[in-house]
Design a protein around this ligand. Structure first.
Ligand code: SF4
Length: 382
């Protein structure tokens, strides 16, 4: 029986790996994709219009940046550069729309770069409120979401009814509940589900419709409940810094060789609404209100109600982690700013931490392996 569980999980994970690492779009006759750049994008509205939301997460270390060098500075983070490369090498041909949000200077300029190079994809910026605690914040984002709804309705050639959006909210609420369950297993029994496995399961959802992803997660969760737990003596750590550009899979594997990552902010754009969005009433208002009152903290959102340092301390406490890995993508200003603030606070709290920098195009991990191993040993034998 145990062998069947393992074999079935291996099959699901192999399928997720293929989906997660896919940089191209599905055939146009199957799905019409709308691309969006991280982090806080309301996928539900795209789903309700009948399009496939396609998260633009860069090309990882599987594509060589050749054409993008002529269009974007070498001092810009990898996700912007490699996403542009995917556009220029034809991988995103046929995308029917491109949305970015002003989460940082680099992301803000992506809409302009896209407009110059791919005007037929009608690139747009979807604004976010600067002051999320202002009484006008929900109304402001509601108006932006309604604008998005209008743009998508025009592309679809039909109106997007409230009931369509409510149906999508229900699908996404279930999706986030399943993802939370995945994270609960990883936190409570990390030997049962590794972070790389959880990551692949979540990332597969960026390439298929949520209904299919829900079915895939339900199958995986059923198997995981019965998966035998392997004993292992590794320190428990929290990983932060994967909110926008994603670290290479090999980096997560390198950390997991010697530590359990019991919580993280990887792919936070796939689960940024932290509780169920109300399924009654005006669905667009419910989504706007979710951004203001139910959104995950990240370095690209300033909200005095949830200071970053407190968020990290809470993650550590709730995951019963003894240390943190504070990471940031190379050239990512918001990530690097937070790294400094978080390390000061961890110093004050006397909580051990390791600072790491990554690029999605990294291919060599030997030096990082030595750093992480030394860190893990210091935690085990201090
Ligand atoms: S990785 Fe950082 S700098 Fe780059 S787009 Fe994302 S938030 Fe902006």
């Amino acid at each position: 029986m145990a062998i069947n569980i393992e074999a079935s999980l291996t099959d699901i994970l192999a399928q997720c790996h293929t989906l997660a690492m896919r940089n191209t779009l599905p055939p146009a006759e199957e799905e019409t994709a709308i691309g969006y750049f991280p982090v806080y994008f309301p996928e539900e509205i795209v789903h309700a219009a009948g399009f496939l939301p396609h998260a633009l997460l860069g090309a990882g270390n599987r594509v060589e940046v050749r054409y993008a060098d002529a269009r974007i500075g070498s001092f810009v983070c990898s996700i912007c550069r490699s996403t542009t490369e995917l556009g220029l090498n034809g991988s995103l041909n046929g995308m029917k729309g491109f949305f970015a949000q002003p989460i940082c200077d680099a992301a803000k300029h992506m809409a302009g770069i896209w407009g110059r190079n791919f005007p037929e994809q009608d690139p747009q910026l979807l604004a976010l409120p600067q002051n999320i605690t202002s009484p006008a914040a929900v109304r402001y984002i509601y108006d932006e979401y309604q604008r998005l709804r209008g743009v998508l309705a025009e592309k679809a050639g039909h109106a997007i009814e409230d009931e369509d959006i409510r149906a999508s909210v229900r699908v996404y609420n279930e999706n986030r509940r399943l993802q939370r369950e995945l994270y609960r297993i990883k936190r409570d029994t990390p030997a049962r589900l590794s972070t790389v496995e959880a990551y692949l399961l979540v990332r597969a959802g960026t390439r298929i419709r949520r209904e299919k992803h829900n079915a895939l997660l339900r199958d995986a969760l059923r198997l995981l409940e019965e998966r035998p737990t392997r004993q292992s003596d590794k320190p428990r750590v929290v990983f932060v810094g994967g909110f926008c550009e994603q670290p290479p899979l090999e980096m997560l594997e390198t950390i997991e060789d010697v530590c359990f990552i019991v919580d993280d902010d990887l792919l936070i754009g796939q689960r940024w609404i932290t509780e169920d969005t109300p399924e009654e009433g005006d669905p667009v208002w419910a989504l706007a209100e979710s951004y203001v009152n139910r959104s995950a903290s990240s370095p690209v959102q300033y909200d005095a109600r949830k200071p970053k340092e407190e968020t990290l301390l809470r993650m550590l406490r709730e995951a019963r982690a003894e240390a943190a890995i504070i990471s940031a993508a190379k050239f990512c200003e918001p990530g690097l700013d937070d790294q400094l603030a978080l390390s000061h606070r961890l110093d004050a709290e006397k909580i051990p931490y390791l600072v790491l920098e990554f690029e999605d195009k990294m291919t060599s991990f030997e030096q990082m392996a030595m750093q992480v191993e030394t860190f893990a040993e210091s935690l085990l034998f201090e």
